[in-house]
Design a protein around this ligand. Structure first.
Ligand code: ADP
Ligand code: MG
Length: 361
């Protein structure tokens, strides 16, 4: 069942002479119980998208429907959506219970029912018994939980989160995001969240929507987007660095690093190519400097590279290589095989980890 549907939604800012398109004909559908995370750089239109769904922003074109009902002219408080912003703006003069009960009071829920719901929600967000505490004395993470309880209290059919964990430090964010996903799963809440942090999006979402300049650049499960970025923009935004122009003929691409194998069925001709860091392998016998050097051919002895740096990532090591030809290469190796800084290695490429990107944007 589709809960939310956007069709051709367009929003422009600025005067008629110099309009800025914040959303450019955006189509998006969200199913009931789905957790969708919109990911994109600052200014790509993420907040505008949420504001349109909430009814806080008028559209210049297109349609927003909830449960199949066109929301044109439906005011914010009648849409049944919950909103939580980055600066969650708790009411400082009210205690925790007063903050959580806010939406219930506005809806005329009885005092007994309010008290019962507040206890239930505080249990849910991991703050049992906190209703009498002053919000100004809570930690950042605790305030975030109170804001979440407040947004959940009226049981919105769609919960929207705008950079919900943006102000918290990394380790707390990583913990909260896992808790949130479990919580939404338990409640069956439909969630539309936006963030510029890919780690957050991938940990939270069933489906990720990547935005670029007001348009959807890609949508898919976190795994699909991670394994197969649709464009150079998405690849770079996800932090991949090995993105180069290439010419594909058959199963081989001609690249600045020499010949690189590509998966069967890859698009042919002039393309943009991504080599995922795991696709760079140490060749068994590193090539020594032949004189004079022929065009590098990784399929043979391997591309010679100086090892510029190595960084631990858990049990893997990210190594930046400076090849004899072409731009810097980011590689990833097991702890045991990772070469040391200052050394020299030969590398080859594996087709499985090479992606021919469909677009050069
Ligand atoms: P994001 O949340 O992805 O950072 P926004 O949706 O806030 O992006 O903004 C998208 C674009 O629209 C940006 O260029 C921004 O400057 C512009 N914009 C957003 N809100 C307004 C506004 N109220 N008036 C004018 N321009 C705006
Ligand atoms: Mg924003």
């Amino acid at each position: 069942m589709t809960l939310l549907s956007l069709a051709g939604v367009t929003v422009r800012f600025g005067d008629r002479k110099a309009p800025r398109t914040a959303l450019d004909a955006v189509d998006l559908e969200i199913a009931e119980h789905e957790i969708v995370c919109v990911l994109g750089p600052s200014g790509s239109g993420k907040s505008t998208l949420l504001r349109v769904v909430a009814g806080l922003q008028e559209v210049d074109g297109g349609r927003v429907s909830l449960d199949g009902v066109d929301q044109a002219g439906v005011p914010v408080h009648r849409r049944g959506v919950g909103l939580m912003f980055q600066d969650h703006q708790l009411f400082p003069q009210r205690d925790v219970g007063g903050n959580v009960a806010f939406g219930l009071r506005m809806r005329g829920v009885s005092r007994d029912e309010q008290a019962r719901r507040v206890e239930e929600l505080l249990d849910l967000v991991g703050l049992p018994g906190a209703r009498g505490r002053a919000v100004s004395l809570l930690s950042g993470g605790e305030q975030q939980r109170v804001a979440l309880a407040r947004a959940l209290a009226p049981r919105p059919r769609l919960l929207m989160l705008d950079e919900p964990l943006g102000q918290l430090d990394r380790s707390l964010r990583e913990r909260l995001v896992v808790e949130l996903r479990a919580l939404f799963g338990r409640l069956g809440t439909t969630v539309l969240a936006v963030t510029h942090d890919q780690g957050e999006a991938f940990a939270l979402a069933d489906r990720v929507v990547v935005m670029h300049e007001g348009r959807i650049a890609q949508t898919g499960t976190p795994l699909e987007v991670w394994q197969r970025p649709a464009s150079a923009f998405v690849a770079r935004f996800l932090g991949f660095e090995n993105v180069v122009p290439a010419t594909v003929v058959g199963g081989v691409a001609d690249t600045p690093w020499g010949r690189v194998p590509v998966p069967p069925g890859s698009p042919q001709g002039a393309v943009t190519l991504l080599v995922r860091p795991g696709g760079v392998r140490l060749s068994p016998a590193p090539a020594r400097a032949p004189a004079p050097a022929p065009a590098p051919d990784p399929a043979a002895a391997g591309l010679r590279c100086a090892v510029e740096s190595r960084t631990f990532r858990g049990s893997r090591v990210v190594v930046v290589l400076r090849p004899e030809a072409g731009p810097r290469l980011e590689a990833e190796f097991d702890l045991r095989e990772a070469p040391w800084e200052g050394g020299e290695v030969g590398v080859t490429f594996v087709a499985d980890e090479v992606v021919v990107l469909s677009s050069v944007r």
